[in-house]
Structure formats: structure tokens, C-alpha cells
Design a protein around this ligand. Structure first.
Ligand SMILES: Nc1nc2c(c(=O)[nH]1)N[C@H]1C(S)=C(S)[C@@H](COP(=O)(O)O)O[C@H]1N2
Ligand SMILES: [Mo]
Length: 254
């Protein structure tokens, strides 16, 4: 990515329209029928309350190294069954590329080395699973926002979708977030957990951390990031694997 970021992780040669993109987030979304449909009842209250009370840039609580959980449970799929994924795993993801496409001016295919050159963030946070467990872990990786800017995110994009390598009963795992969370400083594509490469069970080579939401939003085994205008025409139409399957809330604010 030497052509996208310089050695200090600053983008060069690209128009930086950060303010415009960020503003395109929440306010634009709230006015849209298909978006309001997505957020119903209590969930919409939760979404609005958090956006108003906590603010779009409020940080999720961060912890110290002393707080790290001795055991961080593995949940959901621990190893994607797809032969393509297993080949990448066997070669330590040397030829793997993260695709960023959809409503972007410049689709990207980024290696792990390129992801390591993008602006990074490290954070120690609490993971909360709806199934009733939590754990504190340390995560590091490139922030999502600068990558989307590098790809030239279109003003028509309202949602960022994460396509994963795994499936359950033939239904691919996927997740999605709005642009407020996509550009939130703590939203990272974690390549490292507790100082080591993210292991396969925890989502190698890259797993999303979207710290203000519940565990199932944190997509593991992310292969492709797609910018979209709407979600209702994708898979079950509710913006995520568990949202489609079990009516989990799309906005899973903690
Ligand atoms: N691709 C994918 N991502 C996933 C899951 C999954 O099964 N597949 N499970 C989710 C759930 S419910 C939780 S709680 C966390 C678990 O992450 P962990 O295994 O690192 O603890 O991943 C989330 N992301
Ligand atoms: Mo979970």
C-alpha cells in the first residue's frame, strides 16, 4: 500500500473528504425509510439514545493489561470449512488479500503487510456475548475509516458489510454497520490479539472489532468489505447472519 499510505500511515495523493463522509453517516441514515424499517421499536430507541447520550465519537471503555482475561472463549465458528480458506490458513495467509469494494471509487485488495502499514490502533476492551459471557482482550489492527477513505467511499454508501469465510448450514456469516461506527476510532480490523497474530479460532487473518456493540457484530474471518446503499436486498435482508436467522438486533449497542 506504499501508494496509499506513507511511512507514518498518512494517506497521500488522495482527496481527504473525512468530514463529508462522517456527516453522511447518522443524520442521512435516520431519514431513510429502509433504515428506519431496519431499526424497530426498542432497538431504534437504543440506537438513538446511544447516539445522543454517548455521541458519535464516544469511546467504549478501555482497560489495562492487568485486566486481560486469562481465558478468552472461542464462540461460534472456529474454523471455516471452505477449501479456499483452509489453503490460506495452510500458507499462513501469505497470498490472502482483503477485498474492499462495492460503492467505492477505487476497489482495493490488501495484503496483511499492506494492512500493517495503514493507521493502526491498539485497545483493551470487554467483549460481551449475548449468550451471557464476557472477556477482556487486547486488540490491534488498522482502523477501518482510513481504509474506506483510501478506497474512495462513495457518498451513496450508507452501510459497510463484512463478508466472512465461514457459513452455518450453507448460510454465509456476514455483518454490517453504519458509517458512524465504520469511522469510529475504535473500529478496527484486528490482526493481533493480546500481542500475537489473531488465531484461526478467533478469526484469522482479520476480525472486526466494533467496540460499542455486542459480540455477534464482531465478524471473524473477514474476506471482503463491501460498501452498500441498502441492506434489505442482501441475504435475509436484516444486515447480518444472526439478524436474519434469529431476529437479533441489527444495532446491538451495549
Ligand atoms: N465469521 C464469524 N464471526 C463471528 C461468529 C461466527 O460464528 N462467525 N460468532 C460471533 C459471536 S456470537 C461472538 S460472541 C464472537 C466470538 O468471538 P471469539 O470466538 O473471538 O470469542 O464472534 C462473532 N463473530
Ligand atoms: Mo456471541
Amino acid at each position: 500500500m506504499s501508494d496509499l499510505f506513507d511511512r507514518r500511515g498518512l494517506m497521500r495523493g488522495l482527496a481527504l473528504t473525512a468530514g463529508g463522509l462522517t456527516l453522511a453517516g447518522c443524520d442521512k441514515l435516520n431519514g431513510q425509510p429502509q433504515f428506519r424499517e431496519l431499526l424497530k421499536g426498542a432497538e431504534q430507541l437504543n440506537y438513538k439514545a446511544q447516539r445522543v447520550v454517548a455521541g458519535r465519537d464516544a469511546l467504549a471503555r478501555e482497560y489495562s493489561r492487568l485486566d486481560l482475561s486469562p481465558v478468552f472463549r472461542v464462540n461460534g465458528n472456529a474454523m471455516p470449512a471452505s477449501p479456499a480458506y483452509q489453503q490460506h490458513a495452510a500458507s499462513n495467509f501469505a497470498d490472502w488479500r482483503l477485498v474492499i469494494d462495492g460503492l467505492v471509487a477505487r476497489p482495493l485488495q490488501l495484503s496483511l503487510a499492506q494492512l500493517a502499514q495503514a493507521p493502526q490502533r491498539a485497545q483493551i476492551t470487554m467483549h460481551n456475548c449475548v449468550e451471557g459471557w464476557s472477556a477482556i482482550g487486547g486488540w490491534q489492527g488498522p482502523q477501518l475509516g482510513p481504509l474506506l477513505r483510501a478506497a474512495g467511499l462513495s457518498t451513496r454508501a450508507n452501510f459497510i458489510v463484512f463478508h466472512c469465510a465461514d457459513d452455518s448450514g450453507g448460510a454465509p456469516y456476514y455483518e454490517s454497520i453504519d458509517l458512524v461506527d465504520a469511522f469510529h476510532p475504535q473500529t478496527i480490523l484486528a490482526t493481533h490479539m493480546n500481542g500475537e497474530r489473531v488465531s484461526i479460532p478467533h478469526g484469522a487473518p482479520v476480525r472486526l472489532r466494533v467496540e460499542r456493540q455486542l459480540g455477534y457484530k464482531h465478524a471473524k474471518f473477514v474476506m471482503r468489505i463491501e460498501a452498500r446503499e441498502r441492506l434489505d436486498d442482501l441475504y435475509g435482508g436484516k444486515g447480518g447472519f444472526w439478524e436474519d436467522r434469529a431476529d437479533y438486533a441489527w444495532y446491538a449497542g451495549i
